[in-house]
Design a protein around this ligand. Sequence first.
Ligand SMILES: Cc1cc2nc3c(=O)[nH]c(=O)nc-3n(C[C@H](O)[C@H](O)[C@H](O)COP(=O)(O)OP(=O)(O)OC[C@H]3O[C@@H](n4cnc5c(N)ncnc54)[C@H](O)[C@@H]3O)c2cc1C
Length: 220
Amino acid sequence: MYLADFISFKFLEGPVIYPNDTLFPSLIIDQNIRVNYTPTVLVYAIDNKDVQKAVKCVVELKRDIVPRSGGHSYEKYGLSGRDNVFVLDLTFVNSITINSEMKTAKIGAGNRLGNVYNQLNQAGFLIPAGLCPSVGIGGHALGGGFGYYSRKYGLACNNIISMEVVDGKGNILHVDSNTNSDLYFALKGAGGGSYGIVTYFVFRIHPTPPQVTYMELAFN
Ligand SMILES: Cc1cc2nc3c(=O)[nH]c(=O)nc-3n(C[C@H](O)[C@H](O)[C@H](O)COP(=O)(O)OP(=O)(O)OC[C@H]3O[C@@H](n4cnc5c(N)ncnc54)[C@H](O)[C@@H]3O)c2cc1C
């Protein structure tokens, strides 16, 4: 397979954006605008099958691929922090399925925290995670994820029950405390852009309290 075949990406369901596409410049502006990097191509996956296909292709081409969820890495690691890489964007892996009885939610890694909070709140639940609504749950939960509820319920990563992960060979793995347990341990807190591409998380969810008090203290 040649690079040109890969770039045509006809076998993927999600959109593929090339540097000559008019949308391309706006899609590579992440949260940190002080530095920028230009990927070879932006591939948008819609599910773990798409992620699997993309990874298998890149393995064959001996190229690197970097996952991006919300693009809020301070160092711009969602674009890998360098030029000419294949970026796999998970924005469209954004389903949320809540199981109120089991107090769990299956959350696509491409969701932003604001959407997660809104949907969980409508069902009377929350997860402990960060403050900024546009941060991606993918990079956030894999790096820890600290927020207002962390004193009570821990970091976001402490509430991950299981994950679906595409590994470096393109295998889709179920990961929890019993299956692939080393990977489960490693991904929870040190996982962003390292041991595999997480497509879905199952989180333990907590009832939203009837009332909360928010205080902001400023020290001058
Ligand atoms: C404005 C702002 C506010 C913030 N507030 C908080 C806060 O309140 N609490 C807190 O704890 N942190 C906070 N952060 C830090 C934030 O949680 C991290 O920067 C986080 O990594 C962003 O995740 P992302 O998916 O948006 O970023 P990306 O740039 O998309 O990804 C970050 C890293 O994770 C990797 N990655 C992304 N998705 C996946 C995936 N699905 N599978 C494997 N690897 C993946 C990327 O390759 C990259 O290395 C904040 C950051 C910003 C910019």
